[in-house]
Design a protein around this ligand. Structure first.
Ligand code: GDP
Length: 290
């Protein structure tokens, strides 16, 4: 059954095990090489892939095949467990009053995801409100306001005012009667020190229950660096991977998760506010290995 959830490349790789009938070092090496190829193509960090390969090899050769299980099933189970070890289960997202701060670089999909999250909680029967503290990207205010208006979601922002911290302070007072408050923040084109300072200042006034790092599904090696920087400054509670409706496999998110000791909360699967799904490890693994 786990087999069905694994991608085609891995299934092909594992056929080698069927042919050989038993697990010897050469076969395991070949299978691991195929797994490595699939994961690297999905943008998973090289260091992570190497570590995982080592574990898979060791376990496949050392651990006895449990009775009633074929060598192939045994290896599948190990690969799956090693991936789950890193990815973890979906981040807990309680359906209760809370403040969520969005964090990420420009273009990652932060603003869109803020509206999607508001929609998510609205559909669950909670009253969401969104605060626009992205004072950096021109158009962010209008974009978010338009999305919220369409959804009938409460919105607070101050167009043209560059004081993001002041906006959050006033916004929080304004929307305090709402259940879930989503604070959209500004990004930059790259990790810049003023962005980190801004996140720390907003964090200090918003006192969010959750800090969600938004990552473009196509992000590769830079994911680790971003995740580390944001985690060291404000702490990351969970990751949202966007644009998984395209060809991106989202492998970079794995580095972010392992770097921050967090997990993945949601995935973005389109441009409209309804295109947000709770993260499911099984489906994600199958995509990574596909
Ligand atoms: P921000 O700069 O991080 O606030 O990024 P935006 O929210 O403005 O998103 C950047 C672009 O990515 C926009 O064109 C969005 O419509 C698009 N986008 C965001 N999330 C998704 C997604 O899950 N799927 C697709 N296809 N596009 C997305």
């Amino acid at each position: 059954m786990v087999m069905d959830k694994l991608g085609n490349s891995l299934q092909d790789a594992l056929k080698k095990l069927v042919k050989s009938g038993r697990i010897d070092e050469r076969t395991v090496n070949e299978v691991v090489k195929d797994i490595q190829r699939a994961l690297l193509q999905s943008d998973v960090n090289v260091k992570l892939v190497m570590e995982m390969s080592k574990h898979i090899k060791e376990r496949a050769l050392k651990e006895e095949v449990p009775s009633g299980m074929s060598p192939r099933e045994h290896v599948i189970r190990i690969v799956y467990q090693e991936l789950i070890n890193i990815i973890g289960e979906s981040t807990d997202v309680p359906l209760k009053p809370q403040t969520i701060m969005m964090i990420g670089l420009q273009g990652s999909g932060k603003t869109t995801t803020s509206a999607k999250l508001a929609r998510y909680f609205q559909r669950k029967g909670l009253k969401p409100a969104v605060i626009c503290a992205d004072t950096f990207r021109p158009g962010a205010y209008q974009q978010l306001k338009t999305l919220c208006d369409k959804l009938n979601v409460a919105f607070y922002g101050e167009e043209g005012n560059p004081d993001a911290v002041g906006i959050v302070e006033r916004g929080l007072k304004e929307v305090q009667k709402y259940d879930v408050i989503v604070v959209d923040t500004a990004g930059r084109h790259s990790l810049e020190s003023d962005l980190i300072v801004e996140m720390e200042n907003i964090h200090a006034v918003a006192k969010p229950d959750y800090k969600l790092l938004v990552l473009d599904g196509a992000i590769g090696q830079q994911a680790s660096e971003q995740a580390r920087a944001f985690n060291e400054s404000v702490g990351i509670s969970g990751v949202v991977i966007t644009k998984l409706d395209g060809t991106a496999k989202g492998g970079g998110a794995l580095s972010a998760v392992s770097e921050t000791n967090s997990s993945i909360a949601f995935i973005g699967v389109g441009e409209t506010p309804n295109d947000l799904e709770r993260f499911e490890p099984d489906r994600f693994i199958s995509r990574l290995l596909g």
